[in-house]
Design a protein around this ligand. Structure first.
Ligand SMILES: Nc1ncnc2c1ncn2[C@@H]1O[C@H](COP(=O)(O)OP(=O)(O)OP(=O)(O)O)[C@@H](O)[C@H]1O
Length: 167
């Protein structure tokens, strides 16, 4: 952790910290957490005044970052007793976590133009999906077809449209 803290980004340190907890089983996780706490929250500290974050909210976000990695390893941050209270994730945070990676995808200029390139089948599917969503009908859609027929292309256009509409 000490070496990594000099050249790794804080969010990477949270991931590394979680990985260490899981694979290296430190004898005193709370002490390790306390020692590197300021390193693993540096990014949040910088945004603290801009986002008006309290110390409790920063701690919550740090635990959330660690827990995200631990959950992908089948664990829970509460098992390590890093803090003297139970960490609880709200349903909203869970939902945001699923959506956030999609929202953070880099958008290229060519991607923004892709909506004008949809072929007839892609456009028909796109219209069905967005008509349903705009009319608040919503739904779950299953996209299938032979390889190379443009499923990923259509999916990318749908994602970008969702993002730009703020849906
Ligand atoms: N409407 C379109 N206009 C221009 N290029 C397209 C269009 N649709 C798909 N393509 C291009 O065709 C190629 C194959 O498309 P895509 O990867 O979306 O197919 P796919 O059905 O997801 O394939 P696979 O099932 O093999 O992953 C890609 O290079 C993609 O950019």
């Amino acid at each position: 952790m000490e070496g990594a803290s000099t050249y790794r980004m804080p969010f990477e340190l949270r991931r590394l910290f979680a990985t260490l907890l899981h694979y290296c089983k430190p004898s005193n996780p709370a002490k390790l957490f306390e020692t590197y706490y300021e390193h693993i929250l540096e990014d949040l500290r910088r945004k603290q005044s801009e986002l008006n974050l309290s110390e409790d909210q920063i701690l919550h976000k740090v635990l959330q970052g660690i827990n995200d990695t631990l959950e992908s390893l089948g664990k829970d941050v509460n098992e390590y007793h890093l803090v003297p209270f139970k960490y609880i994730t709200s349903d909203f945070e869970r939902l945001t976590r699923e959506i956030a990676p999609e929202r953070n995808l880099p958008v290229l200029e060519e991607d923004l133009l892709a909506i004008n390139q949809l072929n007839v089948e892609q456009k028909t599917t796109f219209d069905i999906v967005f008509h349903d969503d705009m009319s608040a009908k919503g739904g779950v859609y299953f996209e299938d077809g032979p390889g190379g027929t443009g499923k990923s292309f259509l999916f990318k256009v749908c994602l970008l449209t969702y993002g730009s509409e703020g849906i």
